[in-house]
Structure formats: structure tokens, C-alpha cells
Ligand binder design. Structure first.
Ligand code: HEC
Length: 128
């Protein structure tokens, strides 16, 4: 019986430790949403996504990202929506959306954001 209680205690401790990790250091769409809405982002406080992209039908500097997950899946036959969105953030000029010109999107996010931040933005955009 004591052995059993001991085991349960250890298991609970591990579970609690893991769930704490989840809040601080894991990729999540909710963290991505928070980042997306910031006017400044990354270690150099560069211009944020929301300054150029809406999530509604409104077209601002860049294309609206409403339904981006659906469009992203259709752009390259051999690229998933996840890969396309990741590339759009890290190498914006690799593919230019029709009607836009290269060099418009801020192109240093790969250097200024952490992988955790980029992947959280991707998770969030996959829900749009
Ligand atoms: C200075 C304005 C600007 C900022 C800031 C900006 N973008 Fe963009 N973005 C653009 C423009 C313009 C395009 C279209 C041209 C192109 O394809 O590069 C674009 C394209 C994209 C696309 C592809 C859209 C499609 O329909 O295929 C995604 C995804 C994207 N941006 C995500 C982001 C995210 C996430 C951020 C913030 C980390 C961000 N952008 C910040 C201007 C911006």
C-alpha cells in the first residue's frame, strides 16, 4: 500500500512538472495569437504582423490572412499548409502572393524570432 502511494505521488509530481512546462515553453496557437496581435515583435521590437495583415476581409499593406490555412494548402503541390506558412514568415520573398511585390513584407523574422515564436504563429495561422 505504501509503495502504491509512493508511486502515485511520483506520478503526480511528474504530471504537474509537465503541465507547467506547457505554459511557458511549448508551441501553442494561443501564444501565436498573442504574438500576431503585437504591434512590435521579436528581440529587436520590429514591426508586428497585425500592422500589415488583418484576419478579416480588410486588405491592408499585406493580404488578409482570413482562410490562410485553406489557401496555403493549395499554393504548392508539394508543400503542406504548415510548410507554406512557415516559409512565408521566414522567407517572405520565396513566393509572392499575386498582386504584391517582393520586399514588402518584413524579412528578418527568421533571425529575430525564436523557433517557438515562429511555430506558435504558424499554429495560430493554421486555425484561420
Ligand atoms: C510590412 C508589412 C508586413 C508585415 C509586418 C508582415 N507581413 Fe506578411 N506579408 C506582407 C505582404 C506585402 C505579403 C504578400 C507578399 C509576399 O508574398 O511576400 C505578405 C505575405 C504573408 C503571408 C502569405 C499570405 C498568402 O496569402 O499566401 C503570410 C502567411 C504572412 N505574410 C504572415 C505574416 C506574419 C505571421 C507576420 C508577422 C510575424 C507578417 N506576415 C508580417 C506584408 C507584411
Amino acid at each position: 500500500m505504501i509503495k502504491y502511494i509512493f508511486l502515485v505521488t511520483i506520478l503526480m509530481t511528474i504530471l504537474i512538472a509537465c503541465s507547467k512546462d506547457k505554459d511557458s515553453a511549448q508551441v501553442s496557437a494561443s501564444y501565436g495569437e498573442k504574438l500576431f496581435q503585437q504591434k512590435h515583435i521579436g528581440k529587436n521590437k520590429s514591426i508586428g504582423c497585425i500592422m500589415c495583415h488583418s484576419l478579416s476581409n480588410e486588405k491592408t499593406v499585406g493580404p488578409s490572412l482570413k482562410y490562410i490555412s485553406k489557401r496555403a494548402a493549395l499554393i504548392h503541390p508539394n508543400m503542406s499548409a504548415r510548410e507554406y506558412i512557415y516559409q512565408s514568415i521566414t522567407e517572405p520573398d520565396a513566393y509572392i502572393v499575386a498582386g504584391y511585390i517582393p520586399g514588402l513584407m518584413y524579412s528578418f523574422y527568421k533571425q529575430e524570432l525564436t523557433e517557438l515564436e515562429i511555430n506558435s504563429l504558424v499554429e495560430f495561422l493554421l486555425l484561420q
